[in-house]
Design a protein around this ligand. Sequence first.
Ligand code: VGL
Ligand code: ZN
Length: 200
Amino acid sequence: MRALIVVDVQNDFVPGGALAVPGGDQVVGEINRLMRSGDYERIVASQDWHPPDHVSFASQHPGHHVGEVIDIDDIQQILWPDHCVEHTYGARFVKRLETGRFDHVVHKGTDRRIDSYSGFFDNARRRDTGLTDWLRRQGVREVHVVGLATDYCVKFTALDAVDLDFETTVLTAATRGVELKPGDVERALQEMAQAGIHIQ
Ligand code: VGL
Ligand code: ZN
């Protein structure tokens, strides 16, 4: 059984949003096409879903700025602009995305004290979103990962998926990266390939 995992296709991650991924809106048509293709028996989506005082927001750390990396409880945290605040427009799925095709949605980053790039676990791997159990109960063995952003949430979702023994593919035509530093997307793809993820 094969599932499509649609990562964080939300208003704040497309041009005009608080943490816009260049070309982020261009994945929507491609993802709709994949969802209609009949190639996937299950479709799940993740939604970045932060409380207004989330630890990843630079606004919560006076004297520090967006893009800076700080140490919080022994975890390296990149500071982001306020984004995907629960129940706000920025956290909503992009309107053109055919969300009626989703069988299941998981929220991540809901605990103000810790960030969560992966759709499976938080960054300290302390808490689970329930996605692993859901996929296994459905009989899913293989996952294709698409969405935003290639160098953060797509990467960490795919790395956890392969680590959990799902046969994992990232479909690059349906992903875009933040690319804080030039080359981040290319490095992320190499890291994923090295972990045994198929890059297609
Ligand atoms: C993401 C940075 C912060 C992502 C989420 O969806 O890739 N990136 N929160
Ligand atoms: Zn976030």
